[in-house]
Design a protein around this ligand. Sequence first.
Ligand code: ADP
Ligand code: MG
Length: 245
Amino acid sequence: MSGDVSPPTAERTAVEERANHDGEAPPLQLIGVTREYDGGGETVRALIDVDLTVEAGEFVAVMGPSGSGKSTMLNTLGLLDTPTSGEVLLDGRDVTTLDDEARTDLRKEYIGFVFQDFFLIPTLTATENVALPTVYDRDRDATARAEDLLDRVGLGDRLDHRPPELSGGQKQRVAIARALINRPEVLLADEPTGNLDTDTGRQVLGEFERICEQGVAVVAVTHDELVTEYADRTVELVDGRLEEQ
Ligand code: ADP
Ligand code: MG
């Protein structure tokens, strides 16, 4: 959020809503969410009547084979996709039918996203990559905060390295630091250990544990069993239906 101008109305409303709901409503909730796609004439039901509640500081793993609806679910939680029916609640607020601009504002303020591929800019340093989500807000503290986050994920000695000079696990940790730059309440990760060896995967999952300890709700969708070792709770997607384990 910029320091010298008032935040846009949607953002201000979100802040007020959060203040109203702090400590009451869960940060993240899906209620009866169904998502249907048009699969070339026939309807594909990627999610079917999914209920999920994630509490502050909880780490939830969502397991499921390819095509079971994991990415659709994560995109729905991250307001990148809209359910065909059902509701998405953030801090108890129904955000299902908000317009694109309001969703973008909420995403920026509230949600950190770790994409399956790191999506780092190869010509920027680690610090610049982490600070990138703040450029449009001209956030003067961003560089210091980016450096602090990189230090927290164990990359304090890699601040000026560019992605080609970083290992896979280091790139993933830069992506996690970037997802945290706007102090989100919710961190969403798509296959966070997908392209990492077991030791590096454990390091990344350890970061998620520490992030949870600070009260952030973490949801990771994955087919990697290792994630379940670190998660507080594991649920499974089977052909679009969510089953508790
Ligand atoms: P996963 O991430 O578990 O592999 P997805 O959520 O990507 O699963 O996909 C679930 C189902 O929805 C699959 O059958 C997939 O083909 C279908 N699907 C996903 N996105 C779209 C889309 N934009 N248009 C049509 N079908 C889609
Ligand atoms: Mg997927």
